[in-house]
Design a protein around this ligand. Structure first.
Ligand SMILES: [Zn+2]
Length: 144
């Protein structure tokens, strides 16, 4: 039984299919050959956000953050732990809201950090404020 899903490559941003039963480190992009999962949140911009939103058949968790925001750094460390446990079943991404003000506006970001879970290209959950690594995992699993 194969359990294949589509995601978008963190390197070339092309949609690619993978077998979720395989170890994460063997999953390669069908276009550029790089690892499909890198153990980190992918940095998305106005140019790449829509591709990832449309391509992912796995839940996409996006962290809207800014460098000056102390709670954003705390949640970034919780995300680093969650990525290791949840890839390749969940895709993690982040958007620097200082660099990507238009994208933050389109996503109606009112406070930082804001985390949004998207499934099939639609927002299904949103959380504003800090979370511990355990709280983050529980919250994602409730919505993924
Ligand atoms: Zn690629």
């Amino acid at each position: 039984m194969h359990n294949t899903f589509q995601t978008a490559c963190p390197h070339c941003h092309t949609p690619s299919r993978f077998d979720a039963a395989l170890p994460v480190e063997v999953l390669k992009c069908g276009t550029c050959g790089e690892n499909l999962f890198t153990g980190k949140a992918i940095e998305l911009t106005g140019a790449t956000f829509a591709v990832h939103l449309a391509a992912n058949e796995i839940p996409l968790v996006v962290d809207f953050w800014a460098d000056w925001c102390a709670p954003c750094h705390a949640i970034a460390s919780a995300i680093r732990k969650a990525v290791k446990d949840l890839e390749p079943h969940v895709r993690f991404a982040k958007v620097d809201t200082d660099e990507e003000q238009k994208l933050a506006g389109q996503s109606t970001i009112r406070g930082l950090p804001t985390l949004i879970v998207y499934t099939s290209g639609r927002e299904v959950a949103r959380h504003a404020g800090a979370l511990s690594a355990e709280q983050l995992k529980t919250w994602i699993q409730q919505h993924a």
